[in-house]
Write a protein that binds this ligand. Structure first.
Ligand code: NCD
Length: 356
């Protein structure tokens, strides 16, 4: 079954083709109005969302299809204790494609392994958010014309910001990409992300200073401090206003800078920045709809294509102990790991590492 769980499920060529289709949709929307006639998208949102859910729904409607679903865990059978696996089985009887958001990391992967229709990860905990990356990529492409030789500043909550993790994975495949990771010490990129960058030899400079990074950036990706993922509200209160982008801070920036934010913003970008021609975050939200249209078309077309699966290991001593992982709540879910070398294994759901 063809799914989109991790942005790396799409090859660079497939990303190019999604961008080409999205550009064609922008130019000729009328040609796409009947493409998904009689098809149904199920939006299973166990966590709040405005843009992602509504842009998925608008995308399916603009393709002539229909939408069913729910927008909070309370209004689904999850409130009665139904497992993600059962929900996925069951929704396969009612819809043609699923978009799922869940607070637990790996939940959409569990769904994809139990559904008989394509599953799209619409955000899983602090892990991944591949369709936001599709919106980010189309915006960068429309602004810059290419993905090569870009210095990308990632600012804010790099630990829990799932959009950042997927954007890094996607941009790491293009020549000349450099990252500047700007965050408070407590909200640095997760170890597995830093490790992967180091292994691939992709430059990633870590700093706490937005001011220092500013003159070097081609893209500035601002993010919200992810309040809902903090164990301590006190730590959140201390960190919440770490970075606030203002017109004054943009003075040393390049004329060609592209300012992105997945939204919602809380305080990270002053509304005074909105009229700056470099502010691209509202266009980014619109681009998300076009890319989701292109994605739905692609997954429905390729739905029977099997995806390659890497080596996986199940062993009694390998149990994931990450409280944010879907294995922590789904009682009967088997813990599965993949080897990453040196006797180290990574949970396939949340990336938590274990050594044997
Ligand atoms: C992001 C998310 O849900 O991760 N929002 C979105 O999908 N546009 C970013 C966020 O919530 O901060």
């Amino acid at each position: 079954m063809r799914n989109l769980i991790d942005i790396l499920d799409l090859s660079v060529e497939e990303l190019d083709s999604l961008i080409a289709v999205a550009m064609d949709i922008i130019a000729h929307p009328e040609a796409y109005r009947e493409k998904c006639r009689y098809k149904k998208l199920a939006t299973l949102f166990f966590e709040p969302s405005t843009r992602t859910r509504l842009s998925f729904e608008a995308a399916m409607m603009e393709l002539g299809g229909n939408v069913i679903g729910f927008s909070s865990a309370n209004s689904s059978s999850a409130a009665k204790g139904e497992s993600v696996a059962d929900t996925a089985h069951m929704i396969s009887c009612y819809a043609d494609i699923i978009a799922m958001r869940h607070p637990k990391e790996g939940a959409p992967l569990v769904a994809s392994r139990n559904a008989s229709i394509p599953v799209i990860n619409a955000g899983d905990g602090g892990h991944f958010h591949p369709t936001q990356t599709l919106a980010d990529l189309l915006t960068i492409f429309r602004q810059k014309g290419s993905f090569r030789n870009l210095t990308i500043g990632l600012c804010g909550d790099l630990k829990y910001g799932r959009t950042v993790h997927s954007l890094i994975a996607a941009m790491s495949r293009y020549q000349g990409t450099r990252f500047i990771a700007i965050s408070p010490e407590e909200l640095r990129l997760p170890e597995y992300v830093r490790q992967e960058l180091a292994e691939k030899g992709i430059p990633c400079l870590e700093t706490t200073s937005l001011e220092e990074a500013m003159p070097h950036l081609d893209v500035l990706y601002m993010t919200r401090i992810q309040r809902e993922r903090f164990d301590s509200l006190e730590v959140y209160e201390r960190l919440k206003d770490s970075y606030i982008l203002t017109p004054e801070k943009l003075v040393p920036a390049k004329e060609s800078l592209c300012i992105l934010h997945p939204l919602p913003r809380v305080n990270e970008i002053s509304v005074r920045v909105d009229s700056d021609p470099r502010a691209c975050y509202f266009q980014q939200a619109l681009n998300g709809k076009y890319m989701r249209m292109a994605l739905i078309l692609m997954l429905l077309e390729q739905k029977d294509r099997e995806m390659p699966q890497g080596e996986e290991i199940v062993a009694p001593e390998l149990q994931c102990d990450n409280p944010r992982c879907i294995t922590s709540t789904e009682q009967e879910l088997t813990h599965v790991f993949r080897p990453v070398g040196n006797g180290t294994f990574r949970c396939i759901y949340c990336e938590r590492e274990k050594t044997r």
